[in-house]
Design a protein around this ligand. Structure first.
Ligand code: HEC
Ligand code: HEC
Ligand code: HEC
Ligand code: HEC
Length: 175
């Protein structure tokens, strides 16, 4: 088990490095290379985002490796832990009773996204979303990514963090 984790880590690191180069190339092509303004650490010399390492979360959440919201942000240096917290107790709890550090009840989603994405810089399509007048697409994650679990073994109340009975279906899925 230990060594397979190590191998996974090495592989993920290699993938991360390749992804970083790809991201750099893409950024240069688009002319959008911007400093990584997402960490509080002092900026390092190359002003290009370093892909985040999500390997510790992929151990169980492999389905989020390709998912668009997670993948775009991972390449920009924003890993799972940036949005969900380090979640140490969660990832180390083999009986899966402990929730991650940060969960998002629906009303917390947009404010969380808008911490990094200034409303004024978003395209026109966002006008009704920001005004809250689009009845169908209220939340950023309604259009961006497929960041949802369709099958779950555990469900927590996202506000109280309490483990809910397994019969509480539909919680945390879209809609
Ligand atoms: C040991 C396995 C395991 C690891 C490692 C793990 N998780 Fe989880 N995680 C789970 C399980 C089980 C659930 C419950 C959903 C389910 O049944 O798939 C879950 C659910 C979640 C949820 C959904 C919470 C909600 O809103 O309902 C988030 C967010 C999450 N994990 C984040 C993370 C992050 C971030 C990491 C890496 C730091 C991580 N997990 C690592 C097993 C794991
Ligand atoms: C910690 C900061 C941070 C948070 C929080 C965040 N983002 Fe991002 N996001 C970034 C960075 C950095 C990039 C890559 C650079 C860029 O395009 O702005 C990015 C890129 C994106 C892109 C791709 C933009 C493009 O030009 O292709 C979308 C779409 C996006 N984010 C949506 C969201 C949504 C939706 C949320 C909330 C669930 C969110 N972001 C939360 C930092 C963040
Ligand atoms: C009605 C669907 C919809 C909703 C809801 C939505 N977006 Fe978008 N967003 C789009 C589309 C379409 C684009 C442009 C095409 C693309 O690159 O995906 C876009 C582009 C972006 C971009 C790239 C910059 C830009 O404006 O072109 C960012 C960043 C972004 N959205 C963030 C957000 C955030 C943050 C929210 C929540 C406040 C949000 N989006 C809600 C549809 C949506
Ligand atoms: C840019 C911020 C951001 C990043 C990066 C991010 N998440 Fe999330 N995550 C969210 C938000 C916001 C929600 C709530 C989505 C919703 O309810 O529509 C969420 C929800 C989830 C859920 C619960 C889905 C459900 O159906 O209840 C899981 C599991 C999860 N994330 C795991 C991960 C993992 C694993 C990673 C890294 C691979 C990750 N997230 C990266 C912001 C993020």
């Amino acid at each position: 088990m230990k060594s397979s984790i190590k191998n996974c880590f090495g592989l993920a690191l290699a993938i991360a490095m390749v992804a970083t180069v790809a991201a750099q190339e893409a950024a240069t092509e688009k002319g959008t290379a911007s400093p990584a303004k997402v960490t509080s650490e002092p900026a390092k010399s190359p002003p290009v985002a370093v892909a985040a390492d999500n390997s510790q979360c992929f151990v169980c959440h492999i389905n989020f490796e390709e998912e668009e919201l997670a993948a775009t942000h991972r390449k920009a240096g924003v890993g799972c832990v940036k949005c969900h917290g380090p979640s140490r107790a969660h990832k180390e709890d083999e009986s899966n009773m402990t929730p991650p550090d940060i969960m998002y009840a629906k009303e917390k989603i947009n404010p969380a996204c808008l911490k990094c994405h200034q409303p004024a810089k978003l395209g026109d399509i966002h006008e009704s979303v920001l005004a809250g007048t689009d009845p169908k697409n209220k939340y950023c994650t309604d259009c961006h990514g497929e960041h949802h679990l369709n099958h779950r073994t555990r469900i927590w109340d996202k506000n109280t963090r309490k483990l809910l009975p397994r019969t509480a279906k539909g919680q945390g899925t879209k809609g």
